[in-house]
Design a protein around this ligand. Structure first.
Ligand code: ZN
Length: 415
């Protein structure tokens, strides 16, 4: 926490930083409007990075960040017409716009353009400066309202993103034994409807994992906090559909969500994959102790570290798939990314279904080298997988998680 002198001094320093940026072109600054003395609350980072994304969608430009006693601020060098009018629209038309200040500095200027309308108090709707002058609400009341609404809004957006990501994977056809809209592949206990009910059962717990990462000050010990929620997600899924699916997704996506929450809260550290490495350091050690699960047995038998090894390395296959998926999430790019993922990871679902290493490598090679645009070969290989009871569940989880990360990076600006 800083005192008011430090806050004022920082405000001046930021003013010089912005003025310097405005010397070479138009600038938009994005700040969170945080009541009280502590301007650097976690929610401020969520608000700023969210509006940076929205501003960069509206205008061409690039972002720099300024962080100090007066809070966290993005300084965007932008180009475009009617900057002020459009910046005001961004603020006005958004559910969390009330909690942000978007200011426009034209080239060469040291002062922002007037907003041109009165900000409303976000508790009672009166003119904000009147409430401030009369001290109608305490800083604590204002802060609680802000936190509650920001968390509710982003919680809903996260649930939507997770759902869309799972559906992007589920809706693909010809998936080498996985469930699709028209086939239950190699899974007699599953179908398209069951998969969707399982999704709905796990999503609320996955959103909770994001908030646990968001609330955490450090990465060591975080895994221990995440695990019980992951287990709750598995139990909710089993209660809903009486069978197991999406277990791998809960693990992979749950860790990624917690890492994203942690990254957003800790403004300086925004690489989700490096954070995963920190959270999962030493996780493969567990395999030596475990022989009840297939993962544990596969390690004992084949030294395959599966999803834990993948996590310990920072999910490189999620990153690779994320880079490979195109901006429209076309089914061609998703299917290609899925095939390449089979080649990139140790898919213990495939290993279990294949029954032995020879068979495992046979299907791994065939799927990962397939040209997905060759419709005839695609269907042939799909039929061969189903005939042999093959499935690539581990790779499907990675694909859905990669879609999710790509979508998270559209909701918030990550460096
Ligand atoms: Zn008010």
């Amino acid at each position: 926490m800083y005192n008011s002198e430090e806050i004022l001094a920082d405000r001046e320093k930021r003013g010089r930083f912005v003025a310097r940026a405005a010397q070479s072109g138009d600038v938009i600054t994005v700040k969170a409007n945080i009541p009280g003395a502590d301007k650097r609350i976690g929610e401020s980072f969520l608000i700023v990075r969210y509006f940076v994304m929205k501003t960069l969608e509206a205008f061409k430009g690039s972002a720099e960040f300024y962080d100090g006693a007066d809070g966290y601020c993005a300084v965007l060098s932008v180009s475009g017409e009617n900057l002020k009018e459009r910046a005001v629209e961004l603020e006005k038309n958004d559910p969390v716009g009330r909690f942000t200040d978007i200011d426009v500095y034209l080239q060469g200027s040291t002062h922002s353009l007037s907003r041109g309308y009165m900000r409303r108090c976000y508790i009672c709707g009166n003119t904000a400066f009147v409430c401030a002058r009369r001290r109608t609400h305490t800083a604590e009341e204002l802060l609680n309202t802000l936190k509650g609404e920001v968390r509710a809004y982003f919680g809903t957006r996260l649930a939507e993103i997770i759902k869309e990501s799972l559906m992007a994977e589920l809706d693909l056809e010809n998936k080498f034994g996985l469930v699709t809209p028209t086939s239950n592949g190699s899974h007699p206990d599953l179908d398209y409807g069951i998969m969707q009910r399982a999704q709905d059962a796990i999503i609320p717990n996955l959103v909770r994992l994001f908030w646990i990462g968001f609330g955490s000050e450090r990465t060591d010990g975080l895994l221990k906090e995440l695990r019980p929620i992951g287990l709750e997600a598995e139990n909710a899924m089993f209660a809903a559909v009486h069978t197991n699916t999406y277990k791998g997704f809960i693990f992979v996506a749950g860790l990624l969500l917690a890492a994203a929450g942690y990254a957003l809260k800790n403004s300086g550290k925004c690489d989700i994959y490096s954070i995963i490495k920190e959270i999962c350091r030493g996780i493969t050690e567990e395999l030596k102790l475990e022989n009840l699960t297939f993962g544990g047995c596969a390690y004992g038998k084949y030294r395959v570290t599966g999803v834990r090894g993948h996590a310990e390395n920072g999910f490189p296959a999620v990153r690779a798939a994320e880079e490979e998926i195109d901006d429209t999430f076309s089914s061609e790019s998703l299917l290609a990314a899925l095939c390449h993922t089979v080649g990139r990871i140790e898919d213990t679902v495939l290993l279990k279904r294949a029954g032995n290493l020879e068979n495992y490598y046979y299907f791994k090679k065939k799927i990962s080298e397939l040209d997905v645009n060759d419709e005839r070969r695609l269907q042939e290989l799909n039929s061969e997988c189903i005939k042999n009871g093959i499935s690539i569940g581990g790779s499907a989880d990675v694909l859905a998680a990669a879609v999710m990360v790509k979508k998270l990076k559209r909701l918030w600006y990550f460096e």
